[in-house]
Design a protein around this ligand. Structure first.
Ligand code: BG6
Length: 500
């Protein structure tokens, strides 16, 4: 991947010591995502030579217990390679907002780095409750940990980045009092998924799709991010967020931006993000009336009984939206987005439906509608792509049948395991490539799209979420949204038997 402009500011990465400081290291994210990703990068020899990982959290643990905790989530680690990696892991039991303690930790890191070389690079990873972001950033600054005199300093910030436009703007301002934008890596793990990155390659490394990637040829676009899991242990957080803030503000709008953006002039962080910003700026903001006409929300039965959820909660666990992108490329093309928990299966896919041929030469019965070509991009599971087109049935009178061209990662790249999104993103952050991270203006634009919808749904008289049974495909009203446009949710990869 080409490097971003920010790389010009890089210090000599390879020669010095690089420390990944995980703030909030005893939590779930560190165990389930960060540790496996770091270990896998280490095993592949992709981490800087002299890399250390320091976990900081309040829980009382020694280094050995921390290593055991992380080891549990990396089942496939051989003893020898694990021991080698574990030698680089240390743990400090401390309050991450206490600058005095951070300073002492930092002095020790700096001392041990200075024994090896003049360069010390630090990646601070905030694996914390969002309420701690501001105090921790403040503490890092007070502890002198953000000074770049002897090496780069970068910060990775997890979602949720704010809970609406105002809080996101406030957090951005706060972050910028300490870090320059080039030092900030706001993570959206969907951008680290192979298939999502491949969307860029598919669109911009092939010449046959871009000329037809517009309103002249595309009839509609559908994006589905379905989950079969319920909210589980995360009831308290989820009840404050709901599906619109938890999934649409970040993941679904990022997918939408990648589908609708214009080609960037280079594959470089700012060039790419400028185009995403333009695309998000063009998404039509909804008025109150638009919210009533273009949004369907649902809540799965039993949600109220989840721990942490308030009994009369109207928090949606499902939403379907019709959005428009008001620019020359996309004028009038509806984008249908849906996501929910407690649905029949876990799948993420984007379906691009092309227009039907303008004039049908072949005889078709009156009640048969010949659809336009369909391009399905399966992000997960069964990663790959499928293009459906009409073919003549052999030895029949001009009878047609849809057939498909398919590409599956496991066949096209057999033997190559798709890396977890965190692996790609951690490596990019260490290498100073912010292309797959969200810039401050993108985050704020995404909130400015979601805020009016959330406000519209909060107003007195707004419809309560429709109920659906876990295991269904959301409330039946999710279908109504499309039926009023004479459309329907198109069969996804699983329904058409893709990859099975
Ligand atoms: C997270 C959301 O950002 O993404 C979760 O907070 C959701 O609620 C998860 O389950 C889905 O990610 P993935 O990679 O499993 O599709």
């Amino acid at each position: 991947m080409m490097t971003s402009g920010a790389n010009l500011l890089r210090h000599d990465d390879a020669s010095g010591m690089t420390v990944v400081v995980i703030m909030g290291a005893s939590g779930n994210l560190t165990r389930t995502k960060l540790a496996p990703a770091l270990f896998s990068l280490y095993r592949k020899g992709r981490l800087p030579d002299d890399v250390r990982v320091i976990g900081i959290a309040r829980d009382t643990m020694d280094h050995g217990q921390f290593r055991v905790l992380l080891r549990e989530s990396i089942a496939d680690a051989g003893d020898e390679e694990w021991e080698e990696f574990a030698g680089r892991l240390t743990y400090v039991s401390a309050d991450v907002t206490d600058s005095g303690t951070l300073k002492r930790v930092y002095q020790e890191i700096a001392k041990s780095a200075s024994e090896q070389s003049d360069t010390l690079n630090c990646l601070y990873y905030l694996a914390l409750a969002p309420g701690l972001y501001e105090p921790v950033i403040h503490a890092l600054s007070d502890a002198g940990m953000t000074d770049e005199a002897g090496g780069w300093r970068r910060i990775v910030i997890e979602k949720p980045f704010g809970s609406d436009l105002l809080t996101a703007q406030r957090l951005n301002r706060h972050v910028h009092t300490v870090f320059r934008e080039e030092q900030v890596y706001r993570i959206d793990h969907y951008l680290g998924k192979e298939t999502v990155q491949n969307l860029l390659v598919f669109r911009f490394a092939n010449s046959i799709f871009e000329p037809i990637w517009n309103r002249n040829y595309i009839d509609q676009v559908q994006i589905t991010v379905a989950e079969d899991v319920l909210v589980g242990e995360r009831g308290e957080y989820y009840d404050r967020s709901g599906v619109l803030k938890d999934m649409f503000q970040n993941h679904l709008l990022q997918l939408l931006a990648l589908i609708t953006m214009d080609p960037p002039y280079a594959f470089a962080a700012d060039a790419l993000r400028n185009e995403k910003v333009k695309a998000l700026s063009a998404v039509r903001r909804m008025s109150l009336r638009d919210v009533r006409e273009n949004v369907v929300i649902g809540q799965y039965d039993g949600y109220h009984f989840e721990p942490g959820v308030s009994p009369g909660s109207h928090t949606p666990t499902y939403a379907a939206l019709r959005l428009y992108v008001d620019n020359w490329r996309w004028h009038g093309v509806p984008f249908y987005l849906r996501s929910g928990k407690g649905l029949s299966r876990k799948t993420t896919e984007m379906i691009i439906q092309f227009r039907s041929p303008p004039h049908m030469l072949f005889p078709v019965p009156d009640d048969v509608e010949i659809p336009g070509n369909t391009l399905s991009i399966c992000v997960q599971p069964n990663e790959g792509m499928r293009l459906e087109f009409q073919s003549k049935v052999p030895d029949a009178d001009l009878e047609m049948k849809p057939v498909s061209l398919e590409f599956h990662y496991d066949e096209g790249f057999s033997g190559v395991e798709l890396p977890d999104a965190y692996e790609r993103l951690l490596l990019d952050a260490l290498e100073g490539d912010a292309s797959l991270f969200t810039r401050s203006d993108e985050i704020e634009l995404a909130w400015s799209i979601i805020d009016p919808i959330v406000h519209g749904l909060d107003l007195p008289g707004a419809p309560a979420p429709f109920r659906y049974l876990p295991g269904m495909d959301g409330p039946p009203n999710g279908e109504e949204l499309l039926r009023s446009d004479n459309r329907r949710w198109l069969p996804g990869c699983v329904e058409v038997g893709y990859g099975i």
